[in-house]
Design a protein around this ligand. Structure first.
Ligand code: TXA
Ligand code: MG
Length: 336
């Protein structure tokens, strides 16, 4: 059965022990809960894919406590270093050339010459990484294709019985997955997320390209239909149609609201929680509508997730910031 571990020394020690034994432990980060496993162990990484029901050619993010640990497994180029200095620890993932003797399971990188790395800021994630003493592969701790978890209870809803434990750190502050960037030689945005693009561009002093090749999603998160609730979703709604649960934003009021004051930080933090709540309120065969959210700052990542949640299920993306050299061609329907 899946245990819940309290966020003290004993819970962290137990989580680290389980991970060292090749078990899976979900843990809080400032973005969403991660489904952690030893990134050096083929068996642990294979179990991550199995627990999520995720297609195995999608590479995972490797979590480390600091830049020294990152440099042991990857080459940090000049622009990557600028971003690392500005945004780590924090909700940024950098795609870096992997070192030859990095010691990672090839399942983590899905055979790519690069590895996605993140240094999370959440104090519990930091303490767990240091107690474990190695790289943790961690996708979001939800079944593939479903809404990402921002509380320990969400993790249990989707994965109970499939993982050893969840370390309970309360709700996640950012609420959206990390921004993924390929920094060198030319910076490319691979996924909008917790660090706004404007902030990245300011730190680099140059604009970010968005990854081309919309037909080649590199992960479930890049598929058009992802983050999917059970209910059908309508976007840019200014009022509820009969039978719809409206999630408002700013002046648009509904049964629920992303942020009554129109605050994008609050809206990001509440997004996945409200998708779940609206899904429950709508009931079987129900319908959800979302108020428009501006396409600036975190609004870009919020709209990205909303468009994926609203997309017809099991189809190719209409737009996608996918990695031009990423693994190709996920066309299958995802288990929902
Ligand atoms: O906030 C987050 O990033 C969360 C928390 C738990 O850290 N993690 C997360 O992981 O969202 P996941 O596995 O759901 O997202 C992995 C993303 C995918 O979009 C995948 O394509 C990209 O990372 N990725 C991983 N390795 C890559 C690589 N070598 N090149 C390009 N993209 C890569
Ligand atoms: Mg995910």
């Amino acid at each position: 059965m899946t245990g819940t571990l309290a966020p003290g020394d004993a819970g962290i020690a137990e989580a680290a022990r389980l991970l060292s034994a090749g078990e899976l432990v979900a843990f809080p980060t400032e973005t969403v809960y991660g489904l952690g496993g030893d990134a050096r162990s083929d068996r642990a990484v294979a179990r991550i894919y199995e627990a999520k029901g995720r297609p195995s050619f999608n590479p995972l993010i490797v979590h480390l406590p600091d830049l020294v640990a990152v440099e042991k497994i990857a080459h940090v180029g000049p622009k990557a270093r600028m971003l690392a200095q500005a945004f780590w620890p924090g909700p940024l993932t950098l795609v870096l050339p992997v070192r030859e003797r990095a010691g990672l399971s090839p399942l983590v990188t899905a055979g790519l010459p690069t590895v996605a790395v993140r240094i999370p800021a959440h104090p519990l994630a930091q303490r767990l990484l240091r107690a474990f003493g190695g790289p943790l592969a961690a996708p979001s701790a939800n079944p593939s294709g479903r809404v990402s978890p921002t509380e320990a209870a969400h993790v249990l809803e989707g994965l109970t019985g499939r993982i050893a434990a969840v370390l309970d750190g309360g709700p996640c502050a950012v609420g959206l997955e990390s921004t993924i960037v390929l920094a060198d030689p030319q910076p490319v945005l691979l996924r909008p997320g917790g660090v706004p693009v404007e902030a990245l561009e300011a730190a680099l002093g140059e604009p970010l390209a968005t990854g081309g090749d919309a037909g080649k999603p590199t992960s479930p998160g890049q598929l058009a239909s992802h983050y999917a609730p059970d209910a059908a979703l309508r976007l840019d709604a200014t009022e509820a149609r009969p039978g719809e649960v409206l999630v408002g934003f700013g002046p648009v009021t509904g049964a629920l609201s992303l942020s009554e004051t129109g605050d994008l930080v609050e809206a990001a933090a509440r997004l996945f929680q409200l998708l779940r709540e609206a899904d429950r309120l709508a009931g079987p065969g129900g319908r959800i509508a979302f108020a428009p959210v501006p396409e600036t700052g975190l609004g870009r990542a919020i709209n990205d997730r909303l468009r994926r949640a609203a997309a017809p299920r099991g189809v190719q993306p209409a737009t996608s910031a996918s990695h031009p050299r990423g693994p190709v061609g996920e066309t299958a329907k995802f288990p929902r």
